[in-house]
Design a protein around this ligand. Structure first.
Ligand SMILES: NC(=O)c1ccc[n+]([C@@H]2O[C@H](COP(=O)([O-])OP(=O)(O)OC[C@H]3O[C@@H](n4cnc5c(N)ncnc54)[C@H](O)[C@@H]3O)[C@@H](O)[C@H]2O)c1
Length: 367
C-alpha cells in the first residue's frame, strides 16, 4: 500500500487545480529490500530508515501514511501524533476495539492534527452517485442496504498463510478487520448505524502451508455476513455487511446497493464505469436504468469524461481528499474519520460476539 501512495503522489500532475501537492521525502520499512523501489523511482526521497522513530524526528515531514500490520496500529499511530505529524492511517485503526480506544485517546489530545482512515472505494464515480442519490432523498423509505467487499484468493487451500490469517497479528475479527471499514464507511457516512447485529461467520480453510510448506493452523474467519438492524424515523431496515475472503470468482469487488420504496441504486467495482438506479412512482413501471459515468472524479483530473476510472484513481482521489483537507479545503467527500473508524469497531465487535454465540448482539457505540 505504501507503493500505491507513492505512485499516486508521483502522478499528482493528473489532478487539476489541486491546492497542494504531497512530496514524499521519507520512507520507513523494517524490510530494507523494499527501499530501492522507492529511492529509484522517487527523486524526492532524502531519508530511508528501518526505524520509524527516525521519521518522527524529521522536522521536514508534515504528515505520515502508515500501512503496517494491524497489531502495530495502536503502537505506531499514537507515536506519530505525539511527534506532531498529521496521519492517514490504514484501517482497521487498531486490530480490535480496545486498541482502537488507545488510538482514539491520542487523537483527543492532538485536536490540531488531521487524522483520517484509509478507505478509497467510495471515491469511485458510481459510489458517489449512489451516495448523492440517497442524500437527495430519492430512495424514500429504505427497504434494505447491502454493502459488500469480496475477495477470492483464499479459496486456494495451498495459498501460503500471511499475517492477515493470523489472529495475533490481524486480530480476532479475521476478514472483518481486513475488510470491515471498507463496507462500513458509506453506511456510516449516510447515518446508518445498526442498533444490533446478527453475524454468520465462516472459517472454511482451517489449515494452510507456511513459507516452508509445513501446514499450520489458520484460525481467522474467512467470511462474515452481518445483518444489522437500522432504526430510522420511519421504521427499520436491514443493513447487510458482507466481508468475504472466499467469494468464488471475485478478485476485489466492492459494492453498495440501496433499495427503497421510491428509489433504488447500485454500484459495483465489477462494472467501474456504470451505476444502476430505479425511480418509482405509485402504479408506475419498475425499470432499472444503467448509466455510463466514465471518469467523473470528486477532485477534477485531466482524464476525459468518456474514459474509465479505476483502483489507482480511487487511491489518488482519497489522497486528494486528505491533502485538500490538510491544506484548508473542504471540497466534497472526505476520507473516513476516526469517529467512523471507532463506530465500525463497535459494529465489528458486536458481530464477532454474535458469530461466536449465535445470538443477536446490541451494538455499543461510544457516543
Ligand atoms: N486501503 C486498502 O485498500 C488496503 C489494501 C491492503 C492493505 N491495507 C491495509 O494496509 C496495512 C498494511 O497492509 P499491507 O497489505 O500493505 O501489508 P504488507 O504486509 O504488504 O505490508 C506491511 C509492511 O509493513 C512493514 N512493517 C512491519 N512492521 C514494521 C515496523 N515496525 N516499522 C515499519 N515497517 C514495518 C513490513 O515490512 C511490510 O512491508 C493494513 O492495515 C491493511 O489493512 C489497505
Amino acid at each position: 500500500m505504501g507503493r500505491e501512495f507513492a505512485s499516486a503522489a508521483a502522478r499528482w500532475l493528473h489532478l487539476v487545480n489541486s491546492n497542494a501537492r504531497p512530496e514524499i521525502i521519507g520512507i520507513c520499512d523494517t524490510n530494507e529490500e523494499l527501499m530501492s523501489w522507492f529511492t529509484s523511482n522517487l527523486a524526492s526521497v532524502s531519508q530511508t530508515t528501518t526505524d520509524f522513530k527516525e521519521l518522527l524526528s524529521n522536522p521536514e515531514i508534515d504528515a505520515i501514511y502508515c500501512a503496517v500490520p494491524h497489531v502495530l496500529h495502536a503502537d505506531l499511530y499514537p507515536q506519530i501524533l505525539a511527534a506532531g505529524k498529521h496521519l492517514l492511517g490504514e484501517k482497521p485503526f487498531g486490530m480490535d476495539a480496545s486498541q482502537n480506544a488507545i488510538i482514539e485517546k491520542s487523537i483527543a489530545v492532538h485536536p490540531d492534527l488531521l487524522v483520517r482512515c484509509s478507505s478509497e472505494m467510495p471515491f469511485y464515480p458510481g459510489a458517489q452517485k449512489v451516495i448523492e442519490f440517497v442524500q437527495s432523498g430519492a430512495c424514500g423509505d429504505i427497504l434494505e442496504v447491502e454493502s459488500a467487499f469480496l475477495h477470492s484468493s483464499d479459496i486456494n487451500p495451498d495459498k501460503v498463510i500471511n499475517w492477515k490469517r493470523m489472529v495475533d497479528v490481524n486480530g480476532e475479527y479475521g476478514c472483518m478487520g481486513d475488510l470491515g471499514m471498507h463496507v462500513c464507511h458509506v453506511p456510516l457516512r449516510l447515518g446508518w448505524r445498526p442498533e444490533s447485529v446478527y453475524a454468520s461467520l465462516v472459517n472454511r480453510v482451517t489449515v494452510r502451508p507456511d513459507s516452508s510448506g509445513e501446514n499450520v493452523p489458520c484460525e481467522t474467519w474467512d467470511n462474515a455476513t452481518v445483518i444489522g438492524n437500522v432504526v430510522n424515523e420511519t421504521g427499520n431496515f436491514p443493513l447487510v455487511l458482507k466481508t468475504w475472503r472466499i467469494a468464488p470468482g471475485e478478485s476485489n469487488t466492492w459494492s453498495i446497493r440501496v433499495l427503497g420504496m421510491k428509489g433504488s441504486a447500485y454500484f459495483t467495482t465489477k462494472y467501474p464505469r456504470q451505476w444502476q438506479f430505479m425511480e418509482y412512482q405509485a402504479g408506475g413501471k419498475q425499470t432499472w436504468q444503467s448509466e455510463d459515468l466514465g471518469y467523473q472524479s470528486v477532485f477534477p483530473a485531466i482524464t476525459g469524461g468518456i474514459f474509465e476510472f479505476g483502483f489507482t484513481d480511487a487511491i489518488q482521489q482519497m489522497w486528494a481528499a486528505f491533502i485538500d483537507e490538510l491544506s484548508g479545503g473542504a471540497n466534497g467527500f472526505s476520507c473516513a474519520t476516526p469517529t467512523e473508524a471507532r463506530d465500525h469497531h463497535s459494529i465489528m465487535s458486536a458481530a464477532l460476539a454474535s458469530g461466536k454465540t449465535g445470538q443477536t448482539q446490541k451494538v455499543e457505540y461510544l457516543s
